[in-house]
Design a protein around this ligand. Structure first.
Ligand code: HAM
Length: 434
């Protein structure tokens, strides 16, 4: 009986070998930029206590209400319900408190990279397992830091080569001082329009009125257009903070659009909130990344009140843009030496030479499944190796090897004992010529 073939879960893609170059390219840029901006790497668990996200992201958000993957409980784990992490900010805050990072020099600047899990309806650019890189700065309220974090992301997008048609949408969502008044005004305004808004917004009206302003349903857009704006109702501190953020972005020449309707789908934001998206994405369907301040989150998790800001970028969406814009990905530097083997005895000797060169720090490769000289030299060319070593029956017998310069085809027979010395000599000559 033919067995049914098992597929990966819906919205959970494999990352195949030919795609790895994109991931490596982005990762190299992220690591370099994060280090030069003074961020240290943190790796966080893939699953955490469900309460972390319920408390942090907010019980009434889509992520917590509908999108978390719960792990099955075992009998010893009666107490905790674990979930696959839908994001990493709550985990960073947990780690900050758990490891007493408040006693470290402030602010603590950390970055992360890894998979996140959300049970969303899979579609273009929206997956159930997707990767983010993100950075968080904990322990400082300075508004210049908000611009600094945006600058880091912008420099990464520039280095990748996709910043040209992007824009930073930005807003201030207020703080615990001004929010109650803003909420009141929004509730008052919406009380007249209950019948005109979508069912989701009717629910939001009762549990999370601020998010009424961020609805993307066409039915709600005319109501939103005349709704009170947060930005007109900010307290003095939030207003001043936001002014400095915008002035600094101007100074840094980072393009931004002030979007007074931007709220974002996570409840922990205070003051600055922003998203990166394509200029042509007018319906705001797919952001490449986003973030903001979360000055109350550490206190909410039982720590001392500590201001913080961060953002996360969606890696699959960045890769989509790289492909769309046909950005050239730099090739990996191939092995310096390709060892060609002709015959059974040569295979053994070839492996020995590859490992010997490798130990000397000279990148070497071979291919044992191809047998012809032509095919193997073809592979050496494809790998852009400057040298090939050719081992046939005769060379095995004489304990020699043919050293071939792949650029001009010049060949020389050398003693096997001299391989490392001769290759180093040749590499030195190339470097001098350069
Ligand atoms: P977020 O807006 O939920 O923010 O996610 C950030 C980015 O992750 C999005 O802009 C998008 O590029 C990508 N993303 C989200 N969901 C999916 C999905 N289902 N499929 C593919 N990509 C997706 C956060 O996660 C916050 N933790 C950001 C933050 C850090 N705020 C402060 N610090």
């Amino acid at each position: 009986m033919k067995q049914e073939t098992i597929q990966s879960p819906r919205g959970v893609p494999d990352i195949l070998p030919d795609q790895q170059k994109y991931w490596r390219f982005i990762r190299d840029i992220v690591e370099k930029k994060c280090q030069s901006f003074g961020f240290k790497k943190i790796d966080l668990p893939f699953f955490e206590d469900q309460r972390l996200f319920a408390r942090g992201i907010g019980n009434s958000t889509d992520i917590v209400e509908k999108e978390m993957f719960e792990l099955k409980k075992t009998s010893e784990e009666e107490e905790a319900q674990y979930v696959l992490r839908p994001e990493a900010t709550a985990s960073v805050v947990r780690a900050y408190i758990q490891h007493g990072m408040r006693s470290w020099p402030q602010p603590v600047k950390m970055y992360y990279w890894g998979p996140m899990f959300r049970r969303e309806r899979p579609q273009k650019g929206r997956f159930r397992q997707f990767y983010q890189f993100g950075f968080e700065v904990l322990g400082n309220i300075d508004p210049h830091l908000d611009a600094n974090v945006i600058l880091l992301a912008w420099q990464i997008l520039e280095a990748i080569g996709i910043s040209k048609d992007l824009v930073t949408e930005i807003n201030s969502v207020g703080c615990s001082q001004c929010r109650p008044e803003i909420r009141k005004k929004i509730l008052e305004f919406y009380s007249q329009y209950q019948d005109l808004i979508c069912p989701d917004c009717q629910r939001r009206y009762l549990i999370n009125p601020l998010r009424l302003l961020d609805c993307k349903d066409k039915k709600c857009l005319p109501v939103i257009a005349s709704a009170p704006q947060i930005i007109d109702n900010l307290c003095r501190e939030c207003k001043n903070h936001f002014t400095v953020v915008l002035e600094t972005l101007d100074e840094l020449e980072i393009p931004y659009d002030l979007n007074p309707r931007l709220i974002r789908g996570l409840d922990y934001y205070t003051k600055t909130a922003f998203e990166f998206r394509e200029l042509k994405d007018k319906d705001r369907q797919s952001s490449l990344g986003g973030g903001g301040r979360y000055d109350d989150l550490i206190e909410l998790f039982g720590g001392k009140k500590t201001p913080a800001i961060g953002l996360a970028m969606g890696i699959e969406r960045i890769i989509e843009k790289i492909k769309e814009k046909k950005i050239r990905i730099p090739e990996l530097i191939g092995p310096k030496v390709f060892v060609v083997q002709l015959g059974e005895d040569a295979k053994k000797c070839c492996l020995k030479i590859v490992s010997q060169l490798d130990r000397e720090g000279i990148g070497a490769a071979c291919n044992l499944s191809q047998n012809s000289l032509r095919e193997q030299l073809g592979l050496a060319n494809k790998a852009k190796s400057p040298f090939a070593l050719i081992l046939g029956q005769r060379e095995i017998y004489d304990k020699t090897v043919i050293l071939r310069d792949m650029k001009n085809g010049v060949q020389d027979t050398i003693d096997q004992k001299e391989i490392v010395e001769k290759i180093k000599e040749q590499i030195g000559t190339i470097k001098k010529k350069k």
